[in-house]
Write a protein that binds this ligand. Structure first.
Ligand SMILES: Nc1ncnc2c1ncn2[C@@H]1O[C@H](COP(=O)(O)OP(=O)(O)OP(=O)(O)O)[C@@H](O)[C@H]1O
Ligand SMILES: [Mg+2]
Length: 221
């Protein structure tokens, strides 16, 4: 329950293709919020709760190559339901802010725009699983997929590629367009960030937007 005098926290998500810098920027934003005394929990999808992390293992296992995008979408939403129930909801209601490294827009872009699962199915899942617990603010880190895949590859070193990084370049182009279309459809929530710049320049832009959109509201309430 949200107490009468307690402001529920803000819910911020980072989205975008492989290697775009989501994890890097999510951590930097958490640090900046922390420096202002705002308690911020960093979480991720798929995962973010013990059961959802188990589903993450399944989803990122490169051995299961032949599964359908619909099977994936159902698993992502199963994991998301647990993540929302056990981690996101309680954290926000306790007044923490929460930054998630990927959330629903990734399912819409990967399994929807790029994978071909119909928008109707995803909207229905979204309505039942997420409802009105949508992010207050979403950053879409955008860059040419060739660059992001290269970054992800360099970071990975000799580790095995996961099932999503392994998809062809055409898939990653549809993915990029999928994210851009989401941003266009929801300009109040989504900010497209040019991710092909140095880390500090990106972090500054992200912070400016966060301050403008969320900080005054939280501080003045
Ligand atoms: N702006 C940047 N310029 C150059 N390299 C970057 C930049 N941002 C992140 N990197 C590096 O690129 C790699 C991928 O970054 P990061 O892990 O943050 O991306 P990601 O979007 O979380 O990737 P994934 O989708 O694989 O989880 C890391 O090695 C990171 O240090
Ligand atoms: Mg990451």
């Amino acid at each position: 329950m949200v107490g009468i005098f307690m402001t529920p926290g803000k819910f911020i998500t980072f989205e975008g293709g492989e290697g775009a810098g989501k994890s890097t920027q999510a951590e930097l934003l958490r640090e900046r919020l922390g420096a202002l005394g705002i308690r911020t929990i960093l979480t991720r999808e798929p995962g973010g709760s013990p059961f959802a992390e188990e589903i993450r293992h399944l989803l990122l296992d490169p051995r299961h190559k032949e599964r359908s995008p619909l099977a994936d979408a159902l698993l992502f939403y199963a994991a998301r339901h647990d993540h929302l129930t056990r981690t996101i909801g309680p954290a926000l209601e306790a007044g923490n802010w929460l930054v998630s490294d990927r959330f629903s827009d990734s399912t819409r872009a990967y399994q929807g725009a790029a994978g071909g699962v119909s928008g109707d199915i995803l909207e229905t899942l979204e309505k039942w699983v997420v409802g009105d617990r949508r992010p207050d603010l979403t950053y879409i880190l955008d860059m040419p997929p060739e660059l992001g895949l290269k970054r992800a590859e360099e970071r990975r070193g000799h580790d095995a590629v996961d099932g999503f990084e392994n998809l062809d370049l055409d898939f990653h182009k549809r993915l990029r367009q999928g994210f851009l279309d989401i941003a266009k459809a929801e300009p109040e929530r989504c900010f497209v960030i040019d991710a092909n710049r140095d880390i500090d320049a990106i972090a500054s832009e992200i912070w400016r937007i966060c301050e403008k959109r969320l900080i005054p509201e939280a501080v003045t309430k």
